[in-house]
Design a protein around this ligand. Structure first.
Ligand code: NOJ
Length: 492
């Protein structure tokens, strides 16, 4: 057991998420324990020792529920089950137990905004008469003109937020793919269903939930249907429900918004405990490329202070594209020009690349951004594989290029699985610069100068000083624009 994780994370510490080091992984991409070509829960359990030795104190799992997997599991068909490809409920319970025994917390996904169109609720809704309780589970309209002007998020794939359903003979509302109808949060029954879902997983022992796509829960005429007061009210209800029944749990908002709106997901400390710092993320990349502290210091001036018990989650990359939704048009043009010259690397309003390839595989550049990740205010979230500098493959379509199998060894299928290579759910990375023969954990374990060991040491260093996880920040003015200097201070 890692000494540091014991010291910082105790079962009774309600602020555990502040001192955490979160590791984000996709079950199907991590390790295949039964050699069918798809990663599974038992595979993740088998690799807990690796995560512990890295210094990780919390694991965030991408959606693992039954799903047609048309949006990689964010299209849920049943909130109470486990996708058969990934294992069973008992496998999950064992994983939870084993993680807890190692002092690690487990964070799962709560996709509130929408379901898969295969979900039983949607099937009932589309078949139910207009105005009936079941029809009211989703957002329906006779015309596609309602809520005109609301932006389309997946703009490379969808042309409208409305789709015609021939069964219901009406249009249904969806902020994402047209197979992901939005639930109707004006319906108290829908709210109750979601409380039941939370209770189910929290009772099992889950420590935290990431609230997917949380700004879009409600719709109102004449608005952009994002960050509505009604949405914050519902989330406040959800938080108070959680607090009444459970201790020391955490809600993490995925709200890709401008600073003022993103901060509002903390409320007065009565909504979410954490929220991703979306405004900061692209500005770290900008500052690095411009060799200028301005983008970072400037965004901190725009981000309002947050309540004492709350905490930002900071990240460099994740399973989605590097989003450029919340930057100005000039900033987006700049980012595309310097980080995605090849148009194939672009998707929607972002860049579908991993950390190492974004930074041209430059160890120094990876180190400098990682230093920011581990030293700016907030809890760092590491995306699986980035600790060894994994490459990507943007020819794979959608965002699959950054979700390929974890590279453990130089053996068949990168040590991810012993299945026939043709059976693997996504091909392993064979780009010459990032080939699994050389980029894998086994190689990097052996060399103390590897990126893996470097990340391990940075994590250990961070854990020794609470100023990193709990302290305030003061930027120092540097005449030399290329030097970013700041002080983190905690209780003197
Ligand atoms: C945000 C998730 O991160 C993304 O992967 C997904 O496609 C959308 N929400 C829709 O659920």
């Amino acid at each position: 057991m890692n000494k540091n994780s014991k010291k910082l994370i105790t079962a009774d510490d309600p602020g555990w998420y502040k001192d955490a080091v979160i590791y984000q992984l996709h079950i199907r991409s991590f390790f295949d324990s039964n050699n069918n070509g798809i990663g599974d829960i038992n595979g993740v359990t088998a690799k807990l020792g690796y995560l512990e030795s890295l210094g990780v104190t919390a694991v965030w799992l991408l959606p693992f529920y039954p799903s047609p997997l048309k949006d990689d599991g964010y299209d849920i068909a049943d909130y109470y089950g486990i996708h058969p490809d990934y294992g069973t409920l008992n496998d999950f319970k064992r994983f939870l137990r084993e993680a807890h025994l190692r002092g690690m917390k487990v964070i799962t996904e709560l996709v509130l905004n929408h379901t898969s169109d295969r979900h039983e609720w949607f099937q009932k809704s589309r078949n139910a008469p207009k105005g009936s309780p079941w029809r009211d589970y989703y957002v329906w309209s006779d015309t596609p003109d309602k809520y005109n002007g609301v932006r389309i998020i997946f703009q490379d794939f969808e042309t409208s937020n409305w789709s015609w359903d021939p069964v219901a003979k009406a249009y249904f509302w969806h902020r994402f793919y047209s197979h992901q109808p939005d639930l109707n949060f004006d319906n108290p029954q829908v709210r109750k269903e979601m409380f039941k879902v939370i209770d189910y997983w929290m009772e099992m022992g889950v420590d935290g939930m990431r609230l997917d796509a949380v700004p879009y829960l409600l719709e109102r005429d004449g608005t952009n249907c994002e960050n509505l007061p009604e949405t914050y009210d519902f989330l406040r209800q959800l938080r108070s429900h959680l607090d009444k029944k459970f201790k020391n749990r955490m809600l993490l908002a995925e709200a890709n918004q401008w600073p003022e709106d993103a901060v509002a997901y903390f409320g007065k400390g009565d909504i979410c405990h954490m929220a991703f710092n979306f405004p900061l993320m692209p500005r770290m990349f900008m500052a690095l490329q411009m060799e200028d502290w301005f983008p970072i210091v400037d965004i901190y001036e725009q981000i309002p202070p947050i309540p004492e018990e709350c905490q930002w989650a900071i990240f460099l990359r994740n399973h989605d594209e590097l989003t450029l939704e919340m930057v100005t048009d000039e900033e987006r043009d700049y980012m595309y020009k310097v980080y995605a010259h090849d148009h194939t690397a672009r998707i929607n309003l972002g860049i579908r690349r991993r950390l190492a390839p974004l930074l041209n595989n430059s160890r120094r550049r990876i180190e400098i951004l990682s230093l920011l990740l581990f030293s700016l205010p907030g809890t760092p979230v590491i995306y699986y594989g980035d600790e060894i500098g994994m490459g990507d493959n943007y020819y794979l379509g959608d965002r699959n290029g950054v979700r390929t199998p974890m590279q453990w060894t130089g053996d068949r299928n990168a040590g991810f699985s012993t299945a026939n290579p043709q059976k693997i759910f996504l091909p392993v990375i064979i780009d010459p610069d990032y080939h699994y023969h050389s980029i894998n954990t086994e190689n990097q374990e052996k060399s103390l100068s590897s990126l893996l060991w470097w990340i391990r040491r940075i994590i250990a260093m961070r854990k020794q000083h609470k100023a990193f996880s709990r302290g305030g920040i003061k930027f120092l003015h540097c005449e030399n624009q290329a030097v970013l200097a700041f002080v983190r201070r905690f209780r003197g």
